[in-house]
Write a protein that binds this ligand. Structure first.
Ligand code: ADP
Length: 400
């Protein structure tokens, strides 16, 4: 069985064709600058990469190009489109309208329209992506898989904000979280790797990438997560402020003459590591600058590690203990110094890192980096959000 996973952005479309028997990737790639001049098409399969400048005025054209390549006589990996058994679409925001992966139906698409302003940059793109795929493959089952899905097991006292309750009732203002497919994947991988039943484990998963979120997982279920109504909340990120006192935001807005939407753009795009350092949002650049003596770059890295540490502490409290801490995503998988700084001086919680194992952590595979005698297991696990989307698609479309 083969599942196509689609991740649509406003001007991009990432895709992977996954063979569910082996859970291996048959082909993957990216359509960039859709609807903009100089569109770029990337296709990777059988160890080769093809990159082409092709005009892609719409997502429909992009999807058609993807399908043409997948079925191409020379570089394709399937002989016809009918070999694609299902399509899984990544969707950023669900509101309370969708609490689990959902089969694409006219009714589901109506609901998607109703909630699209919850993530104005992302959800409309997902709708366009679904429609483009439906136009090309009208008889193939499709499933919407939400970044928020894993977090719906949070108890009310964890997902509610302390605002006027009627605003929750009217507008569904609450914590939804993000990166749910990643948190779910690495928590399950951790249990599998340790040979334990996930129901017996208290796990803190740290998805540290361009956007970062930390989740408390009790018995395989999310009980709290650091992102909020949108992915702006939590630890400071590449360009996002993370948690901030709203009165401070209002003060800056008044002084700098910004309206609310300009303030939100500022908090999402110009803050975080980029804003503090003035150097970059990329942790590799920040480390290089900090090593060269740049105070603000070092400050940004210290703030990120400290923010992560505080959430780990908070979630150890929420979970009433912790058995496993998992690091994943671009920073979590690659940045040994952030891992070390985030776990510093936590031995009283049974968390003890092996500095050598941490520094020599192999890439692209699961690694165990706690010191001998550490009560808590510390794992680095490569995430695979596309595989979760593909698995959910098989389940929801009853293809298995
Ligand atoms: P996203 O999927 O949210 O765009 P990723 O999970 O790909 O983000 O993470 C991207 C970030 O990971 C980059 O911005 C960079 O800061 C960090 N990163 C990637 N590789 C390394 C590395 N070798 N060392 C430190 N940081 C890295």
């Amino acid at each position: 069985m083969k599942i196509l996973v689609i991740n649509s952005g406003s001007s991009s479309l990432k895709y992977q064709l996954i063979d569910m028997e082996t859970e291996g990737v048959l082909a993957k790639g990216l359509c960039e600058r859709i609807g903009i001049a100089n569109s770029n098409f990337i296709y990777k399969a059988n160890g080769t990469t093809i990159e082409q400048q092709i005009d892609m005025p719409s997502h429909n054209v992009a999807v058609k190009l993807v399908l043409d390549k997948l079925t191409d006589k020379e570089v394709g990996v399937i002989s016809s489109m009918s070999e694609i058994d299902g399509v899984g679409h990544r969707v950023v925001a669900s509101g309370e309208a969708f609490k689990k992966p959902t089969l694409v139906t006219p009714k589901a698409m109506e609901l998607m329209e109703e909630i699209k302003d919850l993530a104005p940059l992302h959800n409309p793109a997902a709708i366009v992506g679904v429609k483009a795929c439906l136009a090309a493959m009208p008889n193939t089952p499709m499933v919407l898989v939400f970044d928020t899905g894993f977090h719906f097991t949070m108890p009310d006292y964890a997902y509610m904000y302390a605002v006027d309750y009627t605003h929750y009732e009217k507008y569904k203002i609450r914590r939804y979280g993000a990166h749910g497919t990643s948190h779910k994947f690495v928590a399950e991988e951790a249990a599998k790797y340790l040979g334990k039943n996930i129901e017996d484990l208290k796990i803190i998963t740290c998805h540290l990438g361009n956007g970062s979120s930390i989740t408390a997982v009790n018995g395989g279920k999310c009980i709290d997560t650091s992102m909020g109504f949108t992915p702006l909340a939590g630890v400071p990120m590449g360009t996002r402020s993370g948690d901030i006192d709203y009165a401070a935001a209002e003060y800056i807005a008044k002084k700098e003459g910004m309206d609310v939407s300009e303030m939100l753009t500022y908090l999402n795009k110009k803050c975080g590591m980029l804003g503090v350092s003035g150097v970059s949002s990329d942790f590799r650049d920040l480390s290089a600058a900090a090593d060269a003596g740049n105070y603000r770059a070092k400050l940004a890295l210290d703030m990120f590690a400290y923010g992560t540490k505080k959430y780990i502490g908070a979630y150890a409290a929420a979970l009433n203990g912790v058995d496993v801490i998992v690091f994943t995503a671009g920073i979590g998988e690659n940045d040994n110094r952030i891992r070390e700084a985030a776990l510093k001086d936590m031995e009283y919680l049974g968390i003890k890192l092996d500095a050598k194992k941490n520094d020599n952590c192999p890439r692209g595979t699961i690694a165990e980096i706690q010191a001998k005698g550490s009560k808590v297991k510390i794992l680095v696990i490569p995430t695979n959000e596309e595989l979760v989307i593909a698995r959910e698609t098989v389940k929801e479309a009853k293809l298995g």
